[in-house]
Design a binder for this molecule. Structure first.
Ligand code: CP
Ligand code: NVA
Length: 317
């Protein structure tokens, strides 16, 4: 579809202002309630923001939650999802990401992409005339952060004044949590092994957001101090997709950063445990924690659906 106005992308958390992020979270809760009512009453889907529109979902890495939640999100908004792995596109045979973005823009109304470098996503977006959404890059996982903050808000109310501690690798998930949390007044602490800090540019951006929102950003190797009194403790895999050859070496380095019941005991009494999934029990988290009463990991996974419906409805409005 060729359009004259610039498309609205979501390549990272900072593509939306704090007001827009909050509006997406509000709409996500509304959509969650609508969906529950619809299935309870077997009523027709009331929302049809994407009726007659097609959304391409491109995956250059594996996915369960993102793939399924985006497919269902597009369907439930009345649109048609088109899921494509790069191996079945000419992209897998060397066609440029720029040409792929330009061509797909002539057929579809939005492009959702999971890829490696943020530069690939940026290049696709620069050549697309429809909105492009980051479904995970090596730098960010902003749709995950939307669902995570929706989950935390449902549990604890307003984010302002609350603290989330992320334990582990300073990766894409940590980056988007830093940016989104700091923007919305949620203090974010990252506790990481030496050598695995989050990207300094992302931390600097988060600090700028925090100065405006009143939140605190803390990056430390002291995991016990970081978890003390936190309202939420979050972790992710020690080796992300694309880092498989480092997985073995990371086991030893990250071992002191496992989220155990003893570590959780340092957090606030009503603290929740969060994980974007997939999880490795016995590595980044003990089974007693992720399968215990403080875990909200399946709520997070569910909220991907609602948050992404809200995002698509907002970008394609
Ligand atoms: N959390 C998440 O993005 O999961 P998938 O890799 O299964 O999409
Ligand atoms: N950090 C992980 C998140 C998976 C959803 C990865 O990039 O593999």
């Amino acid at each position: 579809m060729t359009t004259t106005a610039s498309p609205r992308h979501f390549l990272g958390v900072d593509d939306l202002s704090s007001e827009q992020l909050l509006a997406v979270l509000d709409l996500a809760e509304e959509l969650k309630a609508d969906r529950a009512a619809r299935f309870a009453s077997r009523a027709e889907m009331a929302r049809d923001e994407l009726r007659g529109r097609t959304v391409a979902l491109i995956f250059e890495k594996p996915s369960t939650r993102t793939r399924v939640s985006f497919q269902v999100a597009v369907s439930e908004l009345g649109g048609q999802p088109l899921t494509l792995s790069s191996a079945e596109l000419q992209l897998g045979r060397g066609e440029t990401i720029a040409d792929t973005g330009a061509v797909l823009s002539r057929y579809v109304h939005a492009i959702v992409v999971r890829t490696f470098g943020q530069d690939r996503l940026d290049e696709l977006a620069a050549n697309a005339s429809v909105p492009v959404v980051n479904a995970l890059t090596d730098l960010e996982h902003p749709c995950q952060a939307l669902a995570d903050l929706q989950t935390l808000r449902a549990e604890h109310g307003e984010l302002t004044g609350r603290t989330l501690t992320y334990v582990g690798d300073g990766n894409n998930v940590a980056h988007s949590l830093l940016l989104a949390g700091a923007k919305l007044g949620l203090s974010v602490r990252v506790a990481h092994p030496a050598g695995y800090a989050p990207d300094a540019t992302i931390v600097a951006r988060a600090e700028t957001h925090a100065a405006a929102s009143g939140a605190q950003v803390t990056v430390t190797t002291d995991v016990e101090a970081a978890v003390t009194d936190a309202d939420a403790v979050y972790t992710d895999v020690w080796a992300s997709m694309g880092q498989e050859d480092e997985a073995e070496a990371r086991l030893e380095v990250f071992a002191p950063y496992q989220v155990t019941p003893a570590l959780m005991a340092r957090a606030a009494d009503d603290a929740i445990f969060l994980h974007c999934l997939p999880a490795h029990r016995g590595e980044e988290v003990g089974a007693e924690v992720i399968d215990g009463p403080s875990a909200r990991v399946f709520d997070q996974a569910e909220n991907r659906l609602h948050a992404q419906k809200a995002l698509l409805a907002t970008l394609l409005r």
